[in-house]
Design a protein around this ligand. Sequence first.
Ligand code: IMP
Ligand code: MG
Length: 208
Amino acid sequence: MSQNNYREGRLLISQEEIEARAQEIGAQITKDYAGKDVLLIGILTGSVLWLAQVVKSIKLDTTLDFMSVSSYGASTKSSGVVKINKDLNNDIEGKHVIIVEDIVDSGMTLEYLCKYLSGHEPASLKICTMLDKPSGRRVEIEADYIGFEAPDAFLIGYGLDADQRFRNLPYIAAIEQEESGENGGNTEQEIPDSDGTDTVAATEMLLW
Ligand code: IMP
Ligand code: MG
């Protein structure tokens, strides 16, 4: 189902803006957790660039761990059933845990992860996301630290991918379909998400 007739579109958030915001959030975390140690859990792969920026501004004893998850099944929207591809390397019991994500869309991945991680009895559990896309929300979940609010469009760059491409862009952009014959680039297209297993319908992506 891999389709590659899309390309980088309009620039939305510059590298400078992302990095300045990451610094603010790192400073906020430093304040909020003063006197404590924190454990950041990065959700692979999309969160890696954002995590790398935020963690540099956290002036606390900080450790890192990573999980890789994907939506289970072949539906075009997140099914809510999450498969763990890579679990934590270390025990989180009694630790102050912050999940670091690239983007919260339906919220189903994070809802699952919060339940899963709570079961391991951390001292506290919060969420830090680079982008929040409230228009996509299907379950009630709110991140505690949000870089930017995202519009209802498919975004790439700074870790976010379309079919595994574009993660290395040092900024966030919208994606565009290339003009393609009869369709004129305006039909619904399924773009695999960052883990390549579930998909996101991207009908709206040319609207802005
Ligand atoms: P959800 O909140 O469970 O729907 O899933 C969030 C995941 O979907 C993110 O971690 C991304 O991997 C992917 N995703 C959602 N929206 C976008 C987007 O605009 N660009 C790239 N990946 C996206
Ligand atoms: Mg992801």
